[in-house]
Design a protein around this ligand. Structure first.
Ligand SMILES: Nc1ncnc2c1ncn2[C@@H]1O[C@H](COP(=O)(O)OP(=O)(O)OP(=O)(O)O)[C@@H](O)[C@H]1O
Ligand SMILES: O=P(O)(O)OC[C@H]1O[C@H](OP(=O)(O)OP(=O)(O)O)[C@H](O)[C@@H]1O
Ligand SMILES: O=C(O)c1cccnc1
Length: 486
């Protein structure tokens, strides 16, 4: 490689650099700008999403510096003048970042991260931030849906071999853990993040001995805690009987923890396996299932009364198989004008849902005192005071006749201060605390929003001030466009 891979600052789309160059040449690079991240549609038909990716974003922003090799590469490949390259080289990150915290629930059409600062810098970080948040939020959400159907059963993450390359496996398994998995098969993720590691064995072990009994025996002679994979040849006629035989022979020298099944009709087979194990006296030995599982197959297996105690899930969680992109966007909502005043900006669309909501905002999670359940999210202008109000009028932003007045509530700000003018003020929490927070957050939603199939739409409402401001700006832009046409 000609240049050292020594920073993530060029992990950006070229158009961000071209815009930065324009801002710089035109003298507006240092104007204050506010960008917000949001997505328009909840993935997987889910009623909620789990926010993840902040730790990676924080690490990226902490190190945001153009290195000598970055500059040398730009000098060779772009027409940028030396003075602009010097500007980049001297750039230090001075933005203020507010964000949802990992493990919190987030919903469509609300800001989940906000970057405020010099226009050029805030523009540069769009691509990497979206790259990290889109993927990790997607996987954490898929994981939480799977957790929602398994109840308290142990859930093992097996996805590395199917992940979209190495970094996706690492950050993906971390996101799956946040969403409620108990462990990962990826040993490096265990080392990096402290995620508990777990694992059984593969068909290769049985194939190496060309015999279930010989393989299990060999495995049991050198491992104390054993889970045998019983479906290599014939689960009921060979795999389980061989496992039982070895367990009897080894007695107390092993802990016969489980058998794993990885093919076939898992409802039928698991019931028969349970029967065989129970009849042999191994009533505490668990049954692990894997094979292209996700929340839909698991829910179906549960309904069929499958005797499965532990779930191994890989491909479908790590690749977010049935909804491969979250679609979060990064939009300019406010910018400093030539007089130094902040002015709100809007992006129009013929589709009402796609019209952006102008202004720098805060999201308030409204929760009833009496039962701790979330009533909805209330998006207000950043400076609006919501926490101290006695009652709150909440209305659907597209269908205002859907409304309610809430009393006796807590209002919690979802966006927290992470960087204050470039200085990190938020301490990254421990990963297991993030996971616990996620489980509690999902619990704070009514079941109507957490069910995996056709959940109710969680209310995400705009304050009256924000709504009026949006309508005014739409009118203003339309009038301006009409005048230009004349
Ligand atoms: N009783 C069941 N109800 C619903 N889905 C099931 C049931 N049993 C298995 N499945 C799922 O059906 C799919 C079966 O896939 P597939 O046909 O590839 O399995 P297989 O042929 O038995 O295994 P393999 O190809 O890995 O040897 C998997 O996603 C599995 O999780
Ligand atoms: O099915 P997933 O949810 O992705 O879980 C991971 C899969 O990886 C292993 O299979 P392997 O890669 O050996 O291939 P196989 O599917 O042919 O068994 C394991 O036996 C699981 O089936
Ligand atoms: O430990 C296991 O059983 C495992 C690990 C990775 C992929 N499939 C299964």
């Amino acid at each position: 490689m000609k240049y050292a891979d020594d920073s993530l600052v060029l992990h950006t789309d070229f158009y961000e650099l071209n815009m930065m160059y324009t801002y710089w040449q035109q003298g507006i690079a240092e104007r204050n700008a506010v960008f917000e991240v949001y997505f328009r549609t909840l993935p997987f038909g889910s009623g909620f999403a789990v926010f993840a990716g902040l730790e990676h974003v924080v690490k990226y922003l902490q190190d945001l510096k153009f290195t000598d090799d970055d500059i040398a590469y730009l000098r060779e490949t772009t027409p940028y003048p030396e003075a602009f390259l010097t500007y980049l080289k001297d750039m230090a990150f001075t933005c203020t970042v507010r964000s949802a915290v990992e493990g919190d629930l987030v919903f469509n059409n609300e800001p989940i991260m906000q970057v405020e600062g010099p226009l050029a810098q805030a523009q540069l970080v769009e691509t990497a931030i979206l790259n990290m948040l889109n993927y990790q939020t997607l996987v954490a959400t898929k994981a939480a849906r799977i957790r929602a159907v398994v109840g308290d059963d142990p859930l093992m993450e097996f996805g590395t071999r199917r992940a979209q390359e190495t970094e996706a496996a690492i950050w993906g398994t971390r996101a799956a853990y946040i969403g409620g998995f108990n462990s990962t098969s990826n040993v490096r993720a265990g080392k990096l993040f402290g995620i508990p590691i777990s694992g059984t064995h593969a068909h290769a072990l049985v194939q190496a001995y060309r015999d279930d009994y010989q393989a299990f025996k060999a495995y049991a002679e050198v491992n104390h805690d054993v889970t045998f994979l019983v479906d290599t040849y014939d689960t009921l006629r060979s795999g389980v009987p061989a496992a039982i035989k070895v367990a009897r022979e080894m007695g107390d020298r092993i802990d016969f923890q489980a058998v794993r099944i990885d093919s076939g009709d898992m409802a039928y087979i698991s019931k028969r396996v349970r029967q065989q194990l129970d009849e042999a006296g191994f009533t505490d030995t668990k049954i692990v299932a894997s094979n292209d599982l996700d929340e839909n197959t698991i829910q179906s297996l549960k309904m069929q009364g499958a005797k499965i105690d532990v779930w191994g899930v890989g491909t479908k969680v790590i690749t977010a198989y049935d909804h491969p992109a979250l679609g979060a966007v990064y939009k300019l909502v406010s910018i400093e004008d030539e007089t130094g005043a902040m002015v709100d900006t809007i992006k129009l669309s013929s589709n009402a849902e796609k019209v952006s909501t102008p202004s720098k905002k805060q999201v308030w999670r409204i929760t009833r005192h009496s039962n701790g359940k979330s009533e909805g999210d209330y998006i207000a202008r950043a400076e609006e005071e919501v926490a101290g109000l006695d009652e709150l009028y909440m209305f659907h932003p597209s269908y205002p006749y859907i409304n309610k007045t809430v009393r006796d509530f807590d209002a919690r700000p979802v966006l927290r201060l992470i960087f204050d003018q470039g200085e990190q003020v938020y301490q990254l929490p421990n990963l297991s605390d993030i996971r616990e927070f996620c489980l509690r957050s999902v619990d704070s939603l009514w079941d109507e929003y957490t069910r995996v199939l056709n959940p109710q739409e969680y209310p995400v409402d705009l304050s009256q001030t924000l709504w009026d401001n949006k309508m005014d700006l739409i009118k203003h832009v339309k009038t301006k466009v009409a005048k230009q046409q004349l």
